[in-house]
Design a protein around this ligand. Sequence first.
Ligand SMILES: Cc1cc2nc3c(=O)[nH]c(=O)nc-3n(C[C@H](O)[C@H](O)[C@H](O)COP(=O)(O)OP(=O)(O)OC[C@H]3O[C@@H](n4cnc5c(N)ncnc54)[C@H](O)[C@@H]3O)c2cc1C
Length: 318
Amino acid sequence: MEIFESDVVIIGGGPAGCTCALYTSRANLKTIILDKNPSVGALAITHQIANYPGVPNDISGEKLLDLMRDQAIEYGTDYRRAQVFGIDVSSESKTVYTPEGTFKAKALVLASGAMGRPASFKGEADFLGRGVSYCATCDGAFYKGREVAVVGANKEAIEEANVLTKFASTVHWITSSDPKPDNIEAMELMQANNIKHWSRTRLLEIEGNDMGVNGIVIKNKQEENPINLTLDGVFVYMSGSKPITDFVGDQIALREDGGVIVDDFMSTNSDGVWAIGDIRNTPFKQAVVAASDGCIAAMSIDRYLNSRKNIRVDWIHS
Ligand SMILES: Cc1cc2nc3c(=O)[nH]c(=O)nc-3n(C[C@H](O)[C@H](O)[C@H](O)COP(=O)(O)OP(=O)(O)OC[C@H]3O[C@@H](n4cnc5c(N)ncnc54)[C@H](O)[C@@H]3O)c2cc1C
């Protein structure tokens, strides 16, 4: 697996991550953003944003995020699509694991937002990592020639189901409603010859044994009886609001509500690791707050990496 080295690695390309990258790149720090998917964060799914200062109110969250990302890239940020599945912060150089490679950095920033959700389906928590997954890009290859299910109708579910059609013998796509006819990605997905779409259907239970998942129970709204499907993997893509920290393990201190604990400089309890934006689970989840966190962390990182006594301002332009 290829190893990439940089000064700063930022996990998450939302307003927090992009703002942090803008500032660290402008401070001449080699910066990489690792972003699972630019379309699934909180800002990306915001239909219209009318309260981001200085921005006209007919802009969509996705467009605003494109502008933020492009600005960071313009100043040198290396933006990559990759889902982080693990980190190691035990040594001075921080390590980040993704299916696309291993990334090492002197400073690590956690900016993955709060669009996660607690495991809520019966059996989901029991079989997490043993047949239940949230990342087809990470785990899809384990299911070559086997049957899997994808649960959810959002953009991420559709993209990930598409990934799984390249590996699995059959992908059972379970959605609680019918995708709209103008949803081109959904329509294309349904054309794949190894997709079996179960519309208006709910997942009732994930079943398994010591070896992991071996089936699911689903129920169609119009049918009286549930249906049992025999399969080996379940990929769940439902929206929620819980800080995304599953890749952190117990390496970083979290509050009881799941938010990462930081000080005034956005530093976590682990030296060389910062956390910004909704992952902190503050009551003030706003794009401008996330951007502000990113700026604070970046200036703090510049001071940390360059052993400055003071924060260096970013408004002296030559
Ligand atoms: C429906 C809705 C409407 C909103 N409306 C407004 C509004 O009008 N005004 C306003 O100011 N705020 C609004 N907000 C809040 C605002 O969008 C958030 O506060 C802000 O987007 C948080 O930024 P963030 O960068 O922390 O997280 P996010 O924007 O959620 O970005 C997180 C990024 O991390 C990535 N990621 C997650 N897990 C991983 C992983 N394992 N590996 C790599 N990348 C990962 C995601 O793909 C995503 O790109 C709204 C939120 C929602 C949900």
